[in-house]
Design a protein around this ligand. Structure first.
Ligand SMILES: [Zn+2]
Length: 308
């Protein structure tokens, strides 16, 4: 199960050192939070995620086995902001106070994150897409991993206070590596500051803010809504006027429209990973960012290979 969800890297890291029976069972709604839980929990945790990484997380519906997974969680970690709104129904059905908001086993990873696109609306389930409260794709900014891992460490210490030092040491090791990589990512993307891009889905505001990229518009007119020919032609003329340099595309979205826009603008279409495991070679959190930075730099560089 882990192998399917998180890929071989994380499985190897967890399985090699953590017999499942002795470990704290962490259940995360997404592979990204699962990967960060592995980074902080190390050998103390066994980690599972719920949404398969290669599918559209915002169109996800829980399967029968997911209820049991949640029920058995010692720590339940969610993205929040309506992204994984379906979790509330599962938790309600289980009826265990531990797993509910405010409970010892409950962690909303969005707490403390400086949010973008805050709308002041309540969360709705319309169409399975939920950018209602704020944009939920915060983990794509590597800086937010500092905050998310702080929340994870605090929750794990609360559950296993005798492991405080090991948890802190695990997190520190991760943060040290994250800092090194961030310097490298900044260096690689610095020459492209201010570059104008179009994206299929509004997945990248946090990533774009961190690396000073300018996403001017989206192939989808709204999250989860396919583009009309009129929207595409307006997008293409806007893209020409603004000198857009690439079209960002998420792996599970239909490709035709993104390809068309890229071809008309004579720019590359870049496949970026929205989640750990959503494209090959993104088996943990740092390699997710490595992949996205390298793919973007490759596409924007003069010698970049154009995906058509
Ligand atoms: Zn979204």
């Amino acid at each position: 199960m882990l192998a399917r969800i998180l890929g071989p890297l994380i499985t190897a890291a967890v399985m090699a050192v953590a017999p499942a029976s002795a470990a704290l069972r962490v259940v995360a709604t997404t592979t990204d939070l699962a990967a960060l839980a592995v980074a902080v929990g190390g050998e103390l945790v066994s980690v599972e995620s719920i949404v398969p990484s290669a599918t559209d997380p915002e169109a996800f519906e829980p399967r029968p086995g997911d209820l049991d997974k949640v029920r058995r969680a010692v720590l339940l970690v969610r993205v929040g902001l309506g992204y994984d709104y379906w979790l509330d129904a599962l938790v309600e059905q289980i009826g265990d106070q531990r797993l509910m908001r405010g409970g010892d086993a409950y962690l909303d990873a969005s707490v403390g994150i400086p949010l973008l696109e805050i709308r002041g609306q309540s969360v709705t389930n319309e169409g399975g897409h939920s950018h209602g409260v704020a944009n939920p794709h915060y983990w794509l900014d590597p800086e937010t991993a500092v905050i998310v891992t702080a929340g994870l460490a605090e929750a794990l210490v609360r559950l296993a206070p005798e492991q405080r030092e090991r948890i802190a040491a695990n997190r520190q090791r991760f943060l040290t590596e994250l800092k090194l990589r961030r310097e490298r990512w900044n260096e690689l993307l610095a020459p492209f500051a201010g570059v104008k891009l179009i994206a299929y889905h509004n997945s990248w505001p946090y990533f774009a803010r961190r690396f000073r990229l300018d996403i001017i518009d989206f192939v989808e007119p709204k999250p989860g809504v396919a583009p009309s020919p009129a929207h595409l032609s307006q997008l293409i003329s806007e893209g020409r006027k603004m000198r857009v340099r690439a079209v960002l595309h998420e792996p599970y979205e239909p490709e035709d429209a993104s390809r068309l826009v890229a071809r008309k603008l004579d720019v590359p279409m870049v496949l970026l990973a929205v989640s750990v495991g959503s494209v090959p070679g993104t088996g943990d959190y740092l390699s997710l960012l490595d992949h996205n930075v390298a793919a973007l730099v490759g596409a924007l560089s003069p010698t970049g290979r154009q995906v058509r």
